[in-house]
Design a protein around this ligand. Structure first.
Ligand SMILES: NC(=O)C1=CN([C@@H]2O[C@H](COP(=O)(O)OP(=O)(O)OC[C@H]3O[C@@H](n4cnc5c(N)ncnc54)[C@H](OP(=O)(O)O)[C@@H]3O)[C@@H](O)[C@H]2O)C=CC1
Ligand SMILES: O=CCS(=O)(=O)O
Length: 245
Protein backbone atom coordinates (compact mmCIF):
# COMPACT_ATOMS: atom_id res chain seq x y z
CA UNK A 1 0.00 0.00 0.00
CA UNK A 2 1.25 3.48 -0.92
CA UNK A 3 2.20 5.67 2.05
CA UNK A 4 -0.10 8.30 0.48
CA UNK A 5 -3.17 6.09 0.39
CA UNK A 6 -5.74 7.05 3.04
CA UNK A 7 -3.74 9.95 4.45
CA UNK A 8 -5.75 13.05 5.34
CA UNK A 9 -4.04 16.03 3.72
CA UNK A 10 -5.01 19.70 4.07
CA UNK A 11 -3.76 21.91 1.22
CA UNK A 12 -3.97 25.70 1.50
CA UNK A 13 -3.87 27.71 -1.72
CA UNK A 14 -5.46 24.77 -3.54
CA UNK A 15 -7.39 26.94 -6.02
CA UNK A 16 -4.47 27.30 -8.45
CA UNK A 17 -0.83 26.60 -9.24
CA UNK A 18 1.17 24.38 -6.94
CA UNK A 19 -1.71 23.65 -4.56
CA UNK A 20 -3.99 22.50 -7.36
CA UNK A 21 -1.30 20.35 -9.01
CA UNK A 22 -0.47 18.79 -5.64
CA UNK A 23 -4.13 18.03 -5.00
CA UNK A 24 -4.45 16.21 -8.33
CA UNK A 25 -1.31 14.14 -7.73
CA UNK A 26 -2.12 13.21 -4.12
CA UNK A 27 -5.70 12.32 -5.07
CA UNK A 28 -4.35 9.82 -7.59
CA UNK A 29 -2.31 8.26 -4.76
CA UNK A 30 -5.46 7.78 -2.66
CA UNK A 31 -5.15 10.69 -0.20
CA UNK A 32 -8.23 12.18 1.44
CA UNK A 33 -7.98 15.86 0.63
CA UNK A 34 -9.19 19.01 2.32
CA UNK A 35 -8.86 21.83 -0.20
CA UNK A 36 -8.63 25.43 1.04
CA UNK A 37 -8.49 28.87 -0.59
CA UNK A 38 -10.71 31.95 -0.90
CA UNK A 39 -12.13 31.36 -4.42
CA UNK A 40 -14.99 28.93 -3.92
CA UNK A 41 -15.76 28.43 -7.62
CA UNK A 42 -12.22 27.13 -8.19
CA UNK A 43 -12.42 24.82 -5.17
CA UNK A 44 -15.75 23.37 -6.31
CA UNK A 45 -14.32 22.75 -9.78
CA UNK A 46 -11.24 21.01 -8.33
CA UNK A 47 -13.20 18.89 -5.86
CA UNK A 48 -15.58 17.79 -8.62
CA UNK A 49 -12.71 16.94 -10.98
CA UNK A 50 -11.00 14.87 -8.27
CA UNK A 51 -14.23 13.04 -7.44
CA UNK A 52 -14.92 12.33 -11.12
CA UNK A 53 -11.50 10.64 -11.29
CA UNK A 54 -12.39 8.47 -8.28
CA UNK A 55 -10.55 10.58 -5.69
CA UNK A 56 -11.64 11.79 -2.28
CA UNK A 57 -11.88 15.52 -1.48
CA UNK A 58 -13.84 18.14 0.37
CA UNK A 59 -13.25 21.87 0.33
CA UNK A 60 -13.47 24.67 2.88
CA UNK A 61 -13.39 28.33 1.85
CA UNK A 62 -10.54 29.75 3.92
CA UNK A 63 -8.69 33.04 4.12
CA UNK A 64 -5.43 32.10 5.82
CA UNK A 65 -5.06 35.59 7.28
CA UNK A 66 -8.06 34.86 9.51
CA UNK A 67 -7.12 32.55 12.37
CA UNK A 68 -10.73 31.49 13.06
CA UNK A 69 -11.14 30.42 9.43
CA UNK A 70 -7.93 28.38 9.57
CA UNK A 71 -9.09 26.71 12.81
CA UNK A 72 -12.42 25.95 11.10
CA UNK A 73 -10.46 24.34 8.25
CA UNK A 74 -8.71 21.93 10.62
CA UNK A 75 -12.02 21.23 12.35
CA UNK A 76 -13.64 20.40 9.00
CA UNK A 77 -10.81 17.96 8.24
CA UNK A 78 -11.23 16.19 11.58
CA UNK A 79 -15.03 16.13 11.45
CA UNK A 80 -15.02 14.65 7.96
CA UNK A 81 -12.05 12.29 8.10
CA UNK A 82 -11.35 11.88 11.84
CA UNK A 83 -7.67 12.87 11.74
CA UNK A 84 -5.08 15.13 10.09
CA UNK A 85 -1.95 13.50 8.69
CA UNK A 86 -0.43 16.28 6.59
CA UNK A 87 -0.74 20.05 6.26
CA UNK A 88 0.62 21.55 3.03
CA UNK A 89 1.09 25.20 4.00
CA UNK A 90 1.12 26.50 0.44
CA UNK A 91 -1.00 29.69 0.18
CA UNK A 92 1.21 32.66 -0.64
CA UNK A 93 1.73 35.69 -2.82
CA UNK A 94 4.68 37.50 -4.33
CA UNK A 95 4.13 41.22 -5.09
CA UNK A 96 7.83 41.96 -5.61
CA UNK A 97 8.98 45.61 -5.67
CA UNK A 98 12.03 47.69 -4.73
CA UNK A 99 11.94 48.92 -1.11
CA UNK A 100 12.12 52.56 -2.27
CA UNK A 101 8.63 52.27 -3.70
CA UNK A 102 7.29 51.89 -0.15
CA UNK A 103 4.50 49.52 -1.12
CA UNK A 104 3.79 49.05 2.56
CA UNK A 105 0.32 47.59 2.01
CA UNK A 106 1.87 44.83 -0.11
CA UNK A 107 4.56 44.24 2.53
CA UNK A 108 1.81 43.77 5.12
CA UNK A 109 -0.15 41.47 2.81
CA UNK A 110 2.91 39.25 2.34
CA UNK A 111 3.56 39.14 6.07
CA UNK A 112 -0.12 38.31 6.74
CA UNK A 113 -0.39 35.53 4.15
CA UNK A 114 3.14 34.14 3.81
CA UNK A 115 4.11 34.22 7.51
CA UNK A 116 1.02 34.62 9.69
CA UNK A 117 -1.03 32.34 7.43
CA UNK A 118 1.62 29.65 7.77
CA UNK A 119 1.70 30.10 11.56
CA UNK A 120 -2.10 29.87 11.79
CA UNK A 121 -1.88 26.66 9.79
CA UNK A 122 0.70 25.22 12.17
CA UNK A 123 -1.40 26.25 15.20
CA UNK A 124 -4.50 24.64 13.73
CA UNK A 125 -2.99 21.16 13.22
CA UNK A 126 -0.27 20.80 15.85
CA UNK A 127 -2.49 19.82 18.83
CA UNK A 128 -4.19 17.12 16.72
CA UNK A 129 -0.86 15.80 15.44
CA UNK A 130 0.45 15.68 19.02
CA UNK A 131 -2.63 13.71 20.12
CA UNK A 132 -2.08 11.31 17.21
CA UNK A 133 1.69 11.13 17.96
CA UNK A 134 2.23 11.54 14.23
CA UNK A 135 1.89 14.27 11.62
CA UNK A 136 3.67 16.07 8.81
CA UNK A 137 3.84 19.79 8.05
CA UNK A 138 5.05 20.80 4.59
CA UNK A 139 5.82 24.48 4.10
CA UNK A 140 6.30 26.23 0.75
CA UNK A 141 9.31 28.51 1.00
CA UNK A 142 11.17 29.57 -2.17
CA UNK A 143 14.56 29.96 -3.79
CA UNK A 144 13.93 33.52 -2.54
CA UNK A 145 14.06 32.01 0.96
CA UNK A 146 17.71 31.17 0.29
CA UNK A 147 18.73 34.24 -1.73
CA UNK A 148 17.80 37.91 -1.78
CA UNK A 149 17.73 39.80 -5.07
CA UNK A 150 16.66 43.35 -6.00
CA UNK A 151 12.90 43.78 -5.40
CA UNK A 152 12.68 40.57 -3.34
CA UNK A 153 13.60 41.92 0.11
CA UNK A 154 10.19 41.61 1.76
CA UNK A 155 9.10 38.48 -0.13
CA UNK A 156 12.48 36.91 0.69
CA UNK A 157 12.07 37.92 4.35
CA UNK A 158 8.77 36.04 4.47
CA UNK A 159 10.27 32.98 2.81
CA UNK A 160 13.36 32.99 5.09
CA UNK A 161 10.82 33.06 7.93
CA UNK A 162 9.03 30.04 6.48
CA UNK A 163 12.36 28.19 6.30
CA UNK A 164 13.05 29.05 9.96
CA UNK A 165 9.60 27.80 10.95
CA UNK A 166 10.19 24.53 9.10
CA UNK A 167 13.47 24.02 10.96
CA UNK A 168 11.77 24.89 14.26
CA UNK A 169 9.08 22.27 13.64
CA UNK A 170 11.80 19.74 12.81
CA UNK A 171 13.77 20.44 15.99
CA UNK A 172 10.69 20.47 18.23
CA UNK A 173 8.98 17.58 16.45
CA UNK A 174 10.00 15.14 19.17
CA UNK A 175 10.28 12.24 16.78
CA UNK A 176 6.57 12.53 15.96
CA UNK A 177 6.07 15.48 13.65
CA UNK A 178 7.82 15.49 10.27
CA UNK A 179 8.79 18.82 8.70
CA UNK A 180 9.50 19.48 5.04
CA UNK A 181 10.57 22.83 3.60
CA UNK A 182 10.14 23.02 -0.17
CA UNK A 183 11.86 25.85 -2.05
CA UNK A 184 10.77 26.19 -5.66
CA UNK A 185 12.39 28.37 -8.28
CA UNK A 186 10.40 29.62 -11.26
CA UNK A 187 7.26 27.52 -11.70
CA UNK A 188 4.51 28.43 -14.14
CA UNK A 189 1.52 29.49 -12.00
CA UNK A 190 -0.47 32.66 -11.29
CA UNK A 191 2.11 33.78 -8.70
CA UNK A 192 3.61 36.64 -10.71
CA UNK A 193 0.18 38.22 -11.29
CA UNK A 194 0.34 40.11 -7.97
CA UNK A 195 3.39 42.18 -9.00
CA UNK A 196 2.12 45.77 -9.30
CA UNK A 197 5.40 47.47 -10.26
CA UNK A 198 5.56 47.35 -14.09
CA UNK A 199 9.36 47.31 -14.29
CA UNK A 200 9.68 44.46 -11.80
CA UNK A 201 6.83 42.59 -13.52
CA UNK A 202 8.60 42.87 -16.86
CA UNK A 203 11.87 41.49 -15.46
CA UNK A 204 10.13 38.65 -13.67
CA UNK A 205 8.02 37.75 -16.72
CA UNK A 206 11.24 37.51 -18.72
CA UNK A 207 12.80 35.23 -16.10
CA UNK A 208 9.64 33.12 -15.91
CA UNK A 209 9.91 32.28 -19.61
CA UNK A 210 12.00 29.33 -18.34
CA UNK A 211 9.41 28.35 -15.72
CA UNK A 212 8.65 24.66 -15.34
CA UNK A 213 5.37 22.85 -14.72
CA UNK A 214 3.69 22.87 -11.29
CA UNK A 215 3.68 19.08 -11.27
CA UNK A 216 7.43 19.21 -10.49
CA UNK A 217 6.49 20.52 -7.05
CA UNK A 218 3.53 18.16 -6.71
CA UNK A 219 5.96 15.27 -7.24
CA UNK A 220 8.26 16.65 -4.53
CA UNK A 221 5.39 16.94 -2.06
CA UNK A 222 4.35 13.39 -2.90
CA UNK A 223 7.91 12.11 -2.42
CA UNK A 224 8.13 13.72 1.04
CA UNK A 225 4.79 12.30 2.16
CA UNK A 226 5.30 8.79 0.83
CA UNK A 227 8.47 8.14 2.84
CA UNK A 228 8.05 5.80 5.82
CA UNK A 229 7.20 7.54 9.13
CA UNK A 230 10.79 7.31 10.38
CA UNK A 231 12.13 9.20 7.33
CA UNK A 232 11.78 12.99 7.33
CA UNK A 233 12.68 14.78 4.10
CA UNK A 234 13.61 18.19 5.49
CA UNK A 235 14.69 20.37 2.56
CA UNK A 236 14.01 20.30 -1.15
CA UNK A 237 15.11 23.01 -3.61
CA UNK A 238 13.75 22.67 -7.15
CA UNK A 239 14.63 25.04 -9.97
CA UNK A 240 14.29 24.94 -13.72
CA UNK A 241 17.56 23.53 -15.03
CA UNK A 242 18.06 26.83 -16.86
CA UNK A 243 17.55 29.07 -13.79
CA UNK A 244 20.77 30.86 -12.76
CA UNK A 245 19.28 32.71 -9.72
N1 LIG B 1 5.28 29.61 -8.70
C1 LIG B 1 6.52 29.84 -8.29
O1 LIG B 1 7.43 30.16 -9.09
C2 LIG B 1 6.87 29.71 -6.84
C3 LIG B 1 5.92 29.59 -5.84
N2 LIG B 1 6.31 29.54 -4.52
C4 LIG B 1 5.32 29.50 -3.44
O2 LIG B 1 4.36 28.51 -3.71
C5 LIG B 1 3.13 28.86 -3.09
C6 LIG B 1 2.00 28.68 -4.08
O3 LIG B 1 2.12 29.63 -5.10
P1 LIG B 1 1.70 29.37 -6.62
O4 LIG B 1 0.88 28.18 -6.73
O5 LIG B 1 2.91 29.49 -7.43
O6 LIG B 1 0.85 30.70 -6.88
P2 LIG B 1 -0.66 30.93 -7.28
O7 LIG B 1 -0.83 32.41 -7.33
O8 LIG B 1 -1.01 30.14 -8.49
O9 LIG B 1 -1.46 30.34 -6.05
C7 LIG B 1 -1.50 30.99 -4.82
C8 LIG B 1 -2.57 30.35 -3.98
O10 LIG B 1 -2.60 31.00 -2.70
C9 LIG B 1 -3.94 31.28 -2.39
N3 LIG B 1 -4.04 32.43 -1.50
C10 LIG B 1 -3.53 33.66 -1.67
N4 LIG B 1 -3.89 34.46 -0.65
C11 LIG B 1 -4.65 33.70 0.18
C12 LIG B 1 -5.32 33.93 1.40
N5 LIG B 1 -5.32 35.13 1.99
N6 LIG B 1 -5.99 32.90 1.96
C13 LIG B 1 -6.03 31.69 1.37
N7 LIG B 1 -5.42 31.41 0.23
C14 LIG B 1 -4.74 32.40 -0.36
C15 LIG B 1 -4.64 31.51 -3.72
O11 LIG B 1 -6.02 31.20 -3.62
P3 LIG B 1 -7.23 32.25 -3.54
O12 LIG B 1 -6.81 33.48 -4.30
O13 LIG B 1 -8.36 31.52 -4.17
O14 LIG B 1 -7.42 32.47 -2.08
C16 LIG B 1 -3.95 30.48 -4.59
O15 LIG B 1 -4.60 29.24 -4.50
C17 LIG B 1 3.30 30.28 -2.56
O16 LIG B 1 3.56 30.23 -1.18
C18 LIG B 1 4.52 30.78 -3.31
O17 LIG B 1 5.21 31.77 -2.62
C19 LIG B 1 7.62 29.59 -4.17
C20 LIG B 1 8.59 29.69 -5.12
C21 LIG B 1 8.30 29.75 -6.53
O1 LIG C 1 9.32 32.43 -5.30
C1 LIG C 1 9.79 32.63 -6.42
C2 LIG C 1 10.86 31.82 -6.97
S1 LIG C 1 12.18 32.72 -7.49
O2 LIG C 1 11.68 33.73 -8.47
O3 LIG C 1 12.79 33.39 -6.35
O4 LIG C 1 13.12 31.79 -8.14
Amino acid sequence: MSEINGKVVIITGASSGLGKATAHRLAKGGAKLVLAARREDRLVELRDAIKEQGGNAIYQVTDVTDRDQVEALATAAKETYGRIDVLVNNAGLMPLSPLDQLKVDEWEQMIDVNIKGVLYGIASVLPTMREQHVGHIINLSSVAGHKVFPASAVYSATKYAVKALSEGIRQEGGGEIRSTNISPGAIATELTSTISDPETAEGVDEMYEMAIDADAIARAVTYAIEQPADVDVNEIIIRPTKQPL
